[in-house]
Design a protein. Structure first.
Length: 328
């Protein structure tokens, strides 16, 4: 998966030069990059579910999940889906980066870590959302853990890592579903998650509609056992349908206007007001803020139903009312 990020994230500020050792096609419109140090030394370690930030040829910063096994200390593998309707980062990576080129890359970070104590793992990937899941599969196989993969894509041609997965002896533990671009043919998630084995954890990465379906169908799972990683395509989607609103900060008394297409977090930043954040896609929980008044339009994958009246994730959620009062 990839997501555009704010360059000011301090944990991602230190970049290192890595060489594109290999560039290959993983599926239609999906390119696999193998990144190594020029001196062949070990790279900073990572855990399954981690991502790195890469500076694209156009100077944009993009976050890509690592898809290789974390036991591999000499390379980072990322897969980039060429998005003709995106902000240009993926096009720059796919069209302008060649083997032998040098890229500026951050140390790995993980907003989507595997629970160590799960009795079993249900992994649900949609499209390029397979990337962190693939790293998890390497890890779970190495630990001989009990897991199952559900992988939804448009067609066989657009399915990355199909041959890798086929060679991993996942028979009976892998379901691959193609919808051929027809929402009517989407996989029914309900029957897959209706039973939760004791101690099971679920990990889902993919397009927002898939994550919303999984979220909606897992209300009977403890929220701490259902984990999401955003695909990064819709953090501020549909700005045309968004309305401006005001955020009032209870502690300082300041008010901030939030315009369509701008998150509350960014609106605060634009006014010089800092607030905690990490993923900026509504999945990690870092920006959880107490909601003192007003009605929120929740877009995150963190808050339970019983938390939504009193809390808000300000990186993605907006307002239904004209004003929100936040405990900031
Ligand atoms: S920054 Fe991760 S949920 Fe808001």
């Amino acid at each position: 998966m990839s997501i555009s990020i704010d360059a000011k994230d301090p944990a991602e500020a230190e970049m290192m030069p890595l060489k594109v050792h290999r560039k290959t096609e993983a599926a239609q419109d999906i390119t696999l990059f193998e990144l190594r140090r020029a001196d062949h030394q070990e790279l900073p370690p990572f855990t399954a579910g981690s991502h790195i930030v890469v500076q694209t040829p156009g100077g944009l910063l993009r976050r890509y999940s690592l898809c290789n096994a974390c036991s591999e200390r000499d390379r980072y593998m990322i897969a980039v889906k060429r998005d003709a309707n995106g902000g240009g980062g993926s096009i720059g990576m796919v069209d302008d980066v060649a083997e032998g080129d040098q890229l500026s890359v951050s140390a790995p970070q993980n907003y989507f870590p595997l629970a160590n104590d799960a009795s079993s793992y249900l992994l649900i990937a949609g499209g390029i959302g397979i990337t962190p899941i693939l790293s998890m599969i390497h890890e779970l196989q190495a630990k001989k853990a009990d897991f199952r993969l559900v992988y939804c894509t448009r067609s066989a041609e657009t399915t990355a890592f199909l041959s890798d997965l086929s060679s991993m002896q996942l028979a009976g533990r892998m379901l691959v579903h193609h919808d051929h671009g027809d929402a009517q043919r989407s996989l029914a998630i309900g029957p897959i998650v209706v039973d939760r084995p004791d101690g099971a954890h679920l990990y889902c990465c993919g397009p927002r509609p898939l994550m919303q379906a999984v979220r909606g169908m897992t209300a009977h799972w403890p929220s701490s056992t259902v984990h999401f990683e955003d695909f990064g395509t819709s953090t501020h989607a549909e700005p045309d349908g968004e309305k401006p609103f005001t955020v009032r900060l209870a502690r300082s008394g300041e008010t901030v206007k939030v315009l369509p297409g701008v998150s509350i977090l960014d609106a605060l930043r634009n006014c010089g007001i800092a607030a905690p954040s990490s993923c900026e896609s509504g999945t990690c929980g870092s920006c959880r803020t107490r909601l003192l008044a007003g009605v929120a339009q929740h877009r995150d994958f963190v808050l339970d139903d019983d938390e939504q009246d009193s809390e808000i994730m300000i990186c993605v959620s907006r307002a239904q009312s004209e004003e929100l009062v936040l405990d900031l």
